[in-house]
Design a protein around this ligand. Structure first.
Ligand SMILES: [Zn+2]
Ligand SMILES: [Zn+2]
Length: 143
């Protein structure tokens, strides 16, 4: 299973945010070329009409942009991961992380799929709710 979340974790913290922003205002568009359990291939276009090829598989994430070459996983890789996760979200097929008391980490009231007593393995699943994972790995400073 291709690991979107662990790939996302390797991306520099500001890059997923830029990717989310880019997907929202359509300065970044993701076109899937191939998707299987083992590998995702996609073309990412940015505002300047540049095109980058992204491949994510068990060996890691590759992008054809200079940023990825010099500095590792780039915002294009993040964009592909996030677009995939948003698709799961749109279809209600994301797995949410649930506490023993029935509270879902991201606040989803009636999750169709959830996971009680999840393990670190959650980071290796491709369809776990990214908001739940974020809350879990970045516990809020309680006011
Ligand atoms: Zn890139
Ligand atoms: Zn969630």
């Amino acid at each position: 299973m291709t690991s979107l979340l662990s790939t996302l974790r390797e991306v520099t913290p500001d890059r997923p945010n830029r990717a989310v922003q880019g997907l929202r205002d359509h300065t970044l568009t993701v076109t899937l070329v191939k998707q299987s359990d083992a590998e995702i291939r996609a073309i990412v276009r940015n505002g300047e009409a540049k095109e980058y090829r992204v491949i994510i598989n068990d060996a890691g994430a590759l992008c054809s942009c200079p940023d990825a070459f010099y500095r590792g996983p780039c915002k294009h890789v993040a964009a592909v991961c996030i677009a995939q996760l948003q698709q799961h979200q749109a279809h209600g097929t994301l797995i949410h992380l649930m506490h023993d008391n029935g509270v879902v980490l991201c606040g989803e009231a009636s999750p169709r799929r959830f996971w009680l007593r999840w393990t670190w393995n959650a980071l290796n699943w491709s369809d776990v709710c990214p908001t739940c994972v974020y809350r879990w790995t970045h516990p809020a400073v309680t006011a």
